[in-house]
Design a binder for this molecule. Structure first.
Ligand code: SF4
Length: 517
């Protein structure tokens, strides 16, 4: 370790930005970089092996690019047994005696807090850089949110389109509409998706192989297997993955973005969440690539598909990050419905008779990935209906997906999927009976439950749980205009039918209490 440096730049595992703002302000002759691997990042939630490997391999590849660019780098790897990133920071401060520590805003509130506290305790200056990877930062979001009764993504998104001049025709949205969601909800029908485009695979190089060996040795009991690991871990991989998506899957991405099919976990999805969230590619690159494709060939790239993709990045992703920093730290402990049931053990094994959950959790364990409707309308929907403890569910989502970082996972799961924030992210709970899953997938065909039955041993658990959930929360939900119509259905049923629904739901919940992990 070289003695003494001016500024010590701590780069975290999800900050692998080629345009890193602290590096852009630093001088390689005077300032040094610190990167830290530690087991705690993989064990504070029971992290999937693919997620651990993506982060560590991408960090090690990024470290190589820094060395090649002439930076003096202290890299503390897993073998050094550090328990926490702050332990690595403390060691580097003691060795290098920097005048200041520089950090880009981390993706987790707890990490920012721990780093700030450590620097304050050590009496060392601390400089926080905003993350230029995003279109905008927490201050700007707070200004937008100020004085609003509710935070509605659609209004935020429209302003983003105007501010950054994306898919605009002068002052109007391209094509005359801000949103083409109605065109983007098709299922595959009885025949299924047919031939799907190949998904790019990035075979492990020597660096990734070494990470795979380390992960298998240190985290053997964690979920997932690494034999077929092929996620993008470098900027070159990330750019290639984006290009392949634009060329081969974007045209049908919109139409089938909500569809599911057994044995087809990837379909037309972009699969760039991890590379975006590790900052290997910039969201502007993804948005521009999609918009340019539409301009170049609007016949081949329907506006509904392009707009749907851009909304996820320019709208939803930025909105969700804004909510995270606006609402933390107490956001994490919210539990609007007071749900307390622990996570069933089969969330880690997919060993359940409910075929939709078996497939969606099975895909997750196999690949460290499931697409957004599998996450939201199968797994999240079930967690809400079954009354699972939001903190357990959030920890699970953070642990198992290769793209999961807390700023994006928490509002998506606690807010959107579980409605645990009471309506900050979504104006109503995203809950549905088995009929929705049956319409959007072929899962029900291979299920031992009957999706058309509401009560009894054979009844699809989603049905009884759904109506029981609505009945239990009727009073609170009736204040939401979008729920009133569906709540009226409860009045159609006799007392006996309502009692049978309650009994079926309770039988399912009782069985869950035996299956806690
Ligand atoms: Fe899922 Fe119900 Fe369909 Fe079975 S019948 S796959 S539990 S929705």
């Amino acid at each position: 370790m070289t003695q003494h440096c001016r500024n010590l730049i701590l780069i975290l595992g999800d900050q692998l930005d080629a345009q890193h703002p602290a590096l852009a302000a630093a001088d390689p002759a005077l300032d040094q970089v610190l990167m830290v691997e530690c087991a705690e990042e993989s064990t504070h939630v029971w992290t999937h092996k693919h997620r651990i490997t993506v982060f560590l391999s991408a960090m090690r590849h990024y470290a190589e690019t820094l060395r090649e660019a002439g930076w003096t780098l202290t890299y503390r790897d897993l073998d050094e047994g550090l328990s926490h990133i702050v332990e690595g920071l403390g060691g580097a401060i003691a060795a290098l005696q920097p005048e200041a520590v520089w950090v880009v805003r981390p993706g987790e509130w707890r990490l920012l807090d721990a780093i700030e506290q450590h620097c304050a305790g050590a009496g060392i200056a601390f400089r926080l850089f905003e993350d230029s990877h995003f279109y905008d930062g927490p201050e700007s979001f707070a200004a937008w949110a100020r004085g609003r009764k509710s935070l509605t993504m659609e209004y935020f998104y429209r302003e983003q389109r105007k501010r950054f001049d994306v898919l605009m025709d002068g002052k109007a949205p391209a094509g005359g509409s801000w949103n083409y969601d109605a065109d983007n909800r098709q299922s595959f029908g009885k025949t299924g998706p047919g031939d799907l485009p190949d998904i790019p695979r990035f075979e492990p190089d020597a660096i990734t192989q070494a990470v795979i060996e380390a992960v298998n040795a240190r985290f053997p009991e964690h979920p997932g297997q690494l034999e077929r690991f092929a996620w993008a871990v470098t900027r070159e991989d990330a750019v290639a993955a984006l290009r392949t998506f634009i060329e081969t899957r974007l045209p049908l991405y919109g139409r089938y973005q909500d569809a599911m099919w057994q044995g087809e976990p990837f379909l037309y999805h972009a699969l760039i969440g991890a590379t975006l969230n590790l900052k290997l590619i910039n969201p502007r690159e993804a948005v521009q690539a999609a918009e340019q494709a539409w301009h170049a060939d609007p016949e081949h790239y329907p506006l509904a598909a392009v707009e749907g993709f851009i909304r996820q990045i320019l709208g939803w992703r930025e909105f969700i990050r804004g909510v995270y920093w606006h609402e933390m730290p107490d956001y994490k402990s919210r539990n609007h419905f007071g749900h307390e049931r622990p996570l069933p053990a089969w969330f880690w094994t997919a060993d359940t008779r409910m075929n939709c959950l078996k497939q969606c959790i099975g895909d997750t364990i196999e690949n460290g990935y499931a697409h957004h409707i599998q996450r939201l309308m199968v797994i999240g929907n079930y967690a809400t209906l079954a009354g699972l403890l939001p903190a357990d569910v959030c920890d699970w989502f953070l642990a198992v997906y290769v793209d999961a970082v807390e700023w994006v996972e928490l509002p998506n799961v606690l807010g959107m999927a579980l409605h645990g924030d009471g309506g900050v992210v979504g104006s109503k709970p995203y809950v549905a009976s088995g009929a929705y899953i049956n319409r959007m997938s072929n899962y029900c065909k291979g299920c031992s439950y009957s999706v058309t039955q509401r009560t009894g041993d054979k009844a699809c658990p989603f049905n009884a749980l759904y109506w029981d959930f609505l009945a239990r929360h009727r009073k609170a939900l009736s204040t939401t205009p979008r729920m009133r119509m569906v709540l009226k259905n409860l009045d159609r049923w006799s007392e006996e039918e309502v009692a049978a629904i309650e009994a079926t739901a309770q039988t399912h919940r009782d069985a869950l209490d035996v299956a806690v992990g």
